[in-house]
Design a protein around this ligand. Structure first.
Ligand SMILES: Cc1cc2nc3c(=O)[nH]c(=O)nc-3n(C[C@H](O)[C@H](O)[C@H](O)COP(=O)(O)OP(=O)(O)OC[C@H]3O[C@@H](n4cnc5c(N)ncnc54)[C@H](O)[C@@H]3O)c2cc1C
Length: 478
């Protein structure tokens, strides 16, 4: 296990000293984790219940009875797939509406993964709906398909709009396929993704004007109008209203930009009433610096120091245009922000003993956690993987001396794509990890780094016996 070293590395000259911990009173350990678990169960059950309810309405309107003969079977199943698709489409919008209760219970990583699964399922059902309805209305005859499609588009209220909405959604889905996403810049993908709102909005009228199951009973009509209105309101309030209100009231601005390592800078921010911002160590903000061209693009950055009620620090690696702009920021530059988001940290924590494991600039939220979490000497271990030099070495050293944090630095380039700990681990990463953190299976684990590294690290922790629900991740990718 050559190459491993523990905190006495030479401190980079410019590193700011560790700051006092500003701990929010959040109740006993595990209370929020348990209530988040309940929210996850209730929200999943609500979605299933909603799907069951619309299936019940479909059947009450003759859904199963109509499964007789080709044409009517096609139309009936087309209606059902349309209802399921509409329900999931709304769920998908809600998942990304930044609803605090969902953000807290799931965390962004998990919400994004669920949003993706729900999104692809809803899209597949929507395509099935279109094909089945056309097939049913064309009396299951190929020769009538074109004519019927034309009639549907021109004679039925809202269907033309829905067709335009479908085109928007097709564009969003195609650009979200992994192969296509790899070729796109994040900003371009994100801009295209916003067309999903237009797609959903355009699909709405045909359901409310002509959808049989939407209009068959007062209960069904009230239900659909209510969930559509509630979803739109959630987006307006939490995606737009709250960030605008917070940006205006806190008036964040840059106080200084400090180099941490080659290509890595810390940006210190201050503003009004920061103690009122519900920001915790481990969370991130989406920030737009108002410093000229490029200000419209938001980039997510984790805070790299525990919030102290007066200032906020983010630490960024320069990887592209957005992060390069940070190098030229001047004191006084204002910013707008969304967030805080993420549940990496105290909220997810059920245990006193924690392992904080990060790679590269992924150490940033873990640095904040090492300062912001409550722990006794020996209860918190930091494991930092890096290629050239560790980040925050001097600050970790202060935390080691003052709070009994155990710090293990793992230098050197990764030996393979599956390597988590690098050359310091020798032949067996599992044995090395168990050696450095013998009670690992009893700990809460927080991981942060690039996607492939995080996947490998999750696998390693699982192999070491850490249960799935005690492994928490933040991925620096999209
Ligand atoms: C939750 C979260 C927290 C993060 N915290 C930090 C941090 O504390 N420090 C840090 O250095 N980096 C962090 N990142 C990564 C950081 O957001 C990207 O490196 C940055 O946005 C790159 O922008 P760019 O214009 O410089 O590069 P680009 O050339 O636009 O992108 C380079 C790569 O960065 C990623 N990326 C770009 N924009 C985004 C975005 N808006 N959301 C997600 N990924 C993006 C993409 O994988 C892209 O391929 C975090 C990412 C996420 C998702």
């Amino acid at each position: 296990m050559a190459g491993l070293f523990v905190t006495d590395a030479a401190a980079p000259a410019q590193v700011a000293p560790a700051r006092p911990n500003h701990r929010r009173r959040v109740g006993p350990l595990g209370v929020r984790a348990r209530s988040d678990r309940r929210v996850r169960v209730v929200s999943a059950m609500s979605l299933w219940a909603a799907l069951l309810l619309v299936t019940y309405w479909w059947d009450a309107d003759g859904g199963i009875r109509d499964l007789a003969g080709w044409a009517s079977t096609l139309t009936s199943t087309g209606r059902l797939t349309g209802l399921w698709s509409a329900q999931l489409l709304l769920a998908q919008v809600l998942l990304m509406a930044r609803l605090p209760v969902l953000e807290n219970a799931y965390g962004r990583d998990r919400l994004t993964r669920i949003h993706r699964i729900v999104g692809f399922t809803s899209f597949t059902l929507m395509v099935a709906h279109i094909v089945l309805i056309i097939g049913g209305y064309a009396s299951a005859q190929w020769s009538a398909v074109l004519g019927t499609s034309w009639d549907l588009l021109t004679d039925y209220g809202g269907v033309l709009l829905a067709a335009a909405g479908t085109i928007c959604l097709i564009m969003v889905v195609v650009t979200s396929l992994r192969a296509a996403r790899r070729r796109l810049r994040y900003e371009s993908w994100h801009l295209l993704h916003l067309y999903a709102y237009l797609g959903v909005g355009l699909a709405l009228p045909h359901q409310l004007w002509t959808g049989q199951e939407f209009l068959q009973s007062r209960g069904a009509t009230v239900y659909w109008w209510t969930i559509w209105a509630a979803t739109a309101a959630a987006v307006l309030v939490w995606r737009i209203g709250l960030p605008v209100a917070r940006s205006l009231s806190h008036g964040l601005r840059v106080t200084s930009v400090v180099p941490e390592a080659p290509g890595v800078v810390s940006v210190y921010l201050t503003g009004r009433w920061l103690a009122r911002l519900p920001l915790e160590a481990g969370q991130f903000l989406n920030v737009r610096f108002l410093s000229g061209a490029g200000w419209t693009r938001a980039n997510p950055y984790s805070i790299s120091a525990a919030p102290d009620g007066h200032s906020i620090r983010i630490t960024a690696k320069v990887v592209g245009d957005g992060s390069r702009r940070l190098l030229g920021l001047r004191p006084g530059t204002r910013l707008i922000f969304e967030g805080p988001y993420g549940r990496l940290g105290d909220r997810a924590r059920d245990r006193h003993r924690v392992l904080l494991m990060g790679a590269g600039v992924g150490i940033t939220p873990l640095r904040a956690l090492a300062e912001g979490l409550d722990y006794r000497p020996g209860e918190a271990v930091v494991l930092q993987r890096f290629s050239d030099r560790p980040l925050f070495a001097a600050e970790f050293d202060v935390l080691r001396r003052e709070r009994g944090l155990q710090v293990i630095f793992l230098p050197g380039r990764r030996t393979s794509a599956r390597s988590v700990l690098g050359p310091a681990a020798g032949n067996s990463e599992l044995a090395a990890l168990r050696h450095w953190v013998p009670d690992l299976a009893e700990r809460e684990v927080f991981l942060c780094g690039p996607d492939p590294w995080t996947n490998a690290a999750v696998g390693l922790c699982r192999a070491a016996g850490v249960p799935e629900d005690r492994i928490h991740t933040e991925r620096f990718g999209w």
